[in-house]
Ligand binder design. Structure first.
Ligand code: KIV
Length: 299
């Protein structure tokens, strides 16, 4: 893929960002609330074909979905990472379809431009192609998602094929797949040494089965680049270097809301944990001292 220092040169090929699309001239609705056209899977393919990049973030509820969407993030992922970032579990394994569906609905209702991808959680697609299609249908029908993501290599090519035939766009997730963390022996970089060829074969099999994209997690940059060159569909990386078409991060990591140790691949663009903590402490202090509510907050 062509390297460039200019983010998204020619980025206008994505539907226009908020407030800049033709509908923004409609004075009946304020410009910054304009739906500017939905990003669809063919726009991601165009990005790959023309050497442009796109950004993806997780979102699990209304306000972050709205903020990220209006900030121009092209893809929102209702990740099963909600398990450990919303529901308080240690891993992504316990979260269920029924827990994720309402989060997905909230994100899909709130994002007017972004493509909304939902994770099929552990246990909702492995049993049979029938189970995978049924779960995918629930996410599109009840969750209002535009596409789903499943974890796993070429073994799941038939599953992808069945889902795509049923009209469900599928993003394939390979490399480190958190739902298999026990089978993989913990959080480890995948595709090193002999494993590289296996990853390339997985990506080819899944894209030939109809996956609209391949997401790679914790894969050496050079291997991710080889995978990206081996498939025509867009690739998305998390801890997979710079050569992929898109990048994804978990929003609580990227904004510094989550505390604790961060993976090497996380860049923190804010420190929301400190901002929220300071606000809560000041509020608590003001309530205890009688400073809040003041006359301006009273009827
Ligand atoms: O659930 C999730 O957040 C993910 C990302 C790590 C890609 O699958």
């Amino acid at each position: 893929m062509a390297e460039t220092n200019t983010p998204n040169p020619g980025g206008a090929e994505f539907p226009a960002p908020y407030g800049t699309g033709p509908a923004a001239n409609d004075s009946a609705i304020s410009a910054d609330r304009q739906p500017a056209g939905r990003i669809r899977i063919h726009h991601l393919q165009q990005a790959k074909d023309s050497g442009r990049r796109f950004a993806m973030l997780t979102a699990y509820e209304q306000y972050t979905a709205e903020i990220f969407d209006q900030a121009g993030i092209e893809v929102l992922l209702v990740g099963d990472s909600a398990s450990n970032n919303v529901f308080g579990n240690e891993t992504s394994l316990p979260v269920t379809v029924d827990e994720l569906l309402p989060l997905c609905r909230a994100v899909a209702r709130s994002a007017k431009r972004a493509l909304v991808v939902a994770d099929l959680p552990f246990g909702s697609y492995e049993v049979s192609t029938h189970q995978a299609v049924a779960s995918g249908v629930r996410f599109l029908k009840e969750g209002l998602a535009h596409a789903v993501k499943i974890e796993g290599g070429s073994f799941y090519a038939e599953t992808v094929r069945a889902m795509v035939q049923a009209g469900i766009p599928v993003l394939a997730h390979i490399g480190f797949t958190p739902q298999s963390e026990h089978a993989l022996g913990g959080y480890r970089v995948q595709g090193r040494g002999d494993g590289a060829q296996g990853l390339i074969e997985d990506a080819i099999a899944l894209s030939e089965a109809g996956a609209f994209g391949v997401l790679m997690e914790m894969v050496p940059a050079a291997v991710a680049e080889a995978v990206d060159s081996a498939v025509s569909v867009p690739t998305i990386g998390i801890g997979a270097g710079r050569a992929t078409t898109g990048q994804v991060l978990v929003w609580q990591d990227m904004t510094g809301l989550r505390g604790g140790r961060m993976a090497k691949f996380v860049k923190q663009y804010a420190n929301l944990r400190t901002i929220l903590s300071d606000a809560a402490q000041t509020y608590g202090d003001e309530v205890r001292s009688g400073q809040f509510p003041g006359p301006e907050h009273s009827f």
